[in-house]
Design a protein. Structure first.
Length: 618
């Protein structure tokens, strides 16, 4: 086998070692006059031969004493003993066995004038070409050093390594790229002021353009810049390094103005009548708006700058079931975050009995219905402030109540439920449709024809059946309150009056349906002097076997006698005092009804007052 019939692995450039084949053979040369290069199994190479070879950077292959030549016999290569620099055999790389050291750029720096000094390593004797400048790699062995000065370098430089070959001259062997452009690093972001601070480096003497600013770079080659007016989300800040009017490099940073995520929850409060509370987290300082429909803001809140929390009360919808609202936060006029909340207010109120349009009689009316368990129900007449009845919805969602007495007329009955979250719902029915209301009867005094000053007077009269009256003087001072008018239109109250002037009475009647009417004045004068029994009244009755004191008025100094209707004396006569007052005490025995005659005798003239029908009570 000839040497050319196999592939050989050479030592790296500048290093010494064996030249080996894949089958384990090594090249060697004898040290005598035999100049042929032979090969044999590496373990069988004669120890006195030369089998260590060095590949030089120019491609020559040498041993300690010889250099390979381009002379061959077809089977052997030959060595030359002298004039090694002119030996013809050279290895041309890169290829297996020619391990030239590639170029590296280890450091770069600018001087105060902006001139770049670039240095690195490569194969000694090779050339380094970059930015129009050339340097020869200095040193020996496998690796050397090089330095270039570039007065007007671009931001990215291609550094080429060239090696010389016998056949083709200088050839590019390796390339590396050096990025000497400006740098920019984000230092901090202030979300409150919407600003970001950036620092970086650029070549001395250059100008860095950013936004509308121009930064002149000094000898230290550094800069610092604060960008303002950033928008929410990501902001790209671009920096351009300019040298003598030409942009040499650029850099960008991304500044993000974070927006805190919006959260929203609802809570029914335990306090009766309290509205629903909406609460959550958001971006500090943001405005949270609660929308019912596309354009109606029903509630709002500002997110706390320190805690990021927000809360607000939600006005109740006035309807039962699920109430859906949209919650979004506005950050500097931008909507950032939108959520839907569904709040279940439960069942509304409904009247199930009587049905709409029912005919009911005068008096109390029984109502039944449904609603939200635990809620309070009130029933009234539409347009009236009065309440006709109330109830609480039971656990099974039903309620029942009986109203106060109603007239036989048309009513629009309204049931109102105050449920959770201060939610008020209503339901109405009409009963006795088309029936006219009871007309008012103007109040009148029928008895007595005047008052007796200093005594409790029993005053009676007529008014609208079923009404309740308040009686006042012309200045609104009450004389009697809560005076009930019975179903026959009669009323009575008792009161002591003073003075001797006519009292002007005003009557305000209020019906169960809430209607009211005020009439008056009605004159109530002092009663003329007369013989009267002021107390008790025959209708008061008595308790058997108890003492009853009868009292009244008469002419001062007159005599008052007491007999039954058959003339039997019931008590010893008495004399009226100087004010015309008298009183007789008598024990009323038995269970019979008394018919009593009281007789006044004055200067021989007698006057009788019949006091009949005084019956036992109970």
């Amino acid at each position: 086998m000839a040497i050319a019939d196999t592939s050989w692995s050479f030592p790296a450039v500048g290093e010494t070692g064996q030249i080996r084949s894949a089958d384990g053979s090594c090249l060697y040369a004898n040290t005598n006059s035999d100049t042929r290069i032979r090969y044999a199994p590496c373990a069988a190479v004669p120890p006195t031969s030369e089998s260590s070879w060095t590949v030089q950077p120019d491609g020559r292959v040498e041993s300690a004493s010889y250099v390979m030549t381009n002379r061959s016999s077809g089977t052997y290569l030959f060595l030359g003993r002298s004039d090694k620099a002119k030996a013809g055999l050279r290895l041309v790389g890169p290829h297996t066995g020619l391990g030239l050291t590639g170029v590296t750029a280890a450091s770069s720096s600018f001087d105060a004038a902006g001139v770049l000094t670039l240095s690195g390593t490569a194969t000694p004797g090779s050339q380094i070409r970059a930015g129009g400048e050339t340097a020869v790699v200095q040193g020996s062995g496998r690796s050397g050093t090089w330095t270039l000065r570039l007065p007007d370098a671009p931001g990215q430089i291609e550094v080429q390594q060239w090696v010389s070959t016998p056949s083709a001259g200088w050839q590019r062997y390796d390339t590396t790229t050096v990025d000497i452009g400006m740098t920019a690093q984000l230092v901090s972001v202030d979300e409150q002021s919407r600003s970001a601070t950036v620092t970086g480096t650029a070549r001395p003497g250059s100008t860095v353009a950013v936004d509308d600013a121009r930064l002149d770079i000094g000898a230290e080659g550094t800069f610092s810049y604060t960008a303002h007016g950033l928008v929410l989300g990501s902001n790209t800040i671009r920096f351009d390094e300019t040298v003598r009017g030409t942009v040499r490099s650029s850099a960008t940073v991304e500044a993000v103005i974070d927006v805190a995520a919006l959260t929203a929850h609802s809570r029914f409060e335990a306090a009766a009548g309290a509205p629903v509370t909406l609460f959550g987290q958001g971006n500090p300082g943001a405005m949270v708006e609660v929308m019912a429909g596309p354009a109606t803001v029903v509630a709002s809140a500002t997110v706390d700058a320190a805690t990021g929390a927000w809360s607000t009360s939600l006005p109740a919808p006035g309807a039962g079931g699920v109430y859906s609202v949209r919650v979004h936060q506005m950050v500097d006029g931008e909507s950032k975050g939108d959520l839907q909340l569904d709040i279940d207010y439960g069942s509304p109120v409904a009247i199930s009995s009587p049905s709409h349009g029912s005919i009911v009689g005068a008096g109390p009316v029984h109502l039944e219905g449904t609603g939200l368990a635990g809620s309070s129900i009130t029933v009234g007449e539409k347009g009236s402030a009065g309440m006709l009845g109330s109830a609480t919805v039971t656990g099974n969602g039903t309620w029942a109540l009986t109203t106060s007495s109603l007239e036989k007329r048309e009513y629009v009955l309204v049931a109102t439920q105050l449920g959770r979250g201060a939610n008020t719902t209503t339901h109405s029915i009409t009963v006795n449709p088309g029936e006219a209301p009871t007309p008012f009867v103007d109040a009148a005094v029928t008895s007595p024809d005047g008052f007796v000053a200093g005594w409790v007077n029993r005053v009676s009269g007529t008014a609208t059946p079923g009404a309740t009256m308040t009686i006042t003087n012309p200045w609104g001072t009450p004389i009697a309150r809560h005076v009930a008018v019975d179903t026959f239109g009669n009323w009575t109250f008792e009161r002591a009056f003073s003075g001797e002037s006519t009292i002007r009475l005003h009557f305000t009647q209020t019906l169960p349906d809430g209607r009211s009417k005020t009439t008056g004045p009605v004159d109530f004068p002092p009663a003329p002097k007369a013989f009267r029994v002021m107390s008790p009244a025959p209708s008061d009755g008595f308790v058997p076997n108890t003492v009853v004191t009868f009292s009244g008025t008469a002419e001062p100094g007159s005599t008052i006698g007491m007999t039954n209707k058959w003339g039997v004396v019931l008590a010893k006569p008495v004399i009226t005092d100087e004010k015309g007052r008298w009183s007789i005490a008598r024990k009323m025995t038995g269970t019979s009804t008394y018919h009593i005659d009281f007789t006044e005798t004055d200067h021989g003239t007698s006057t009788t007052v019949k006091f009949y029908g005084f019956a036992p009570r109970g």
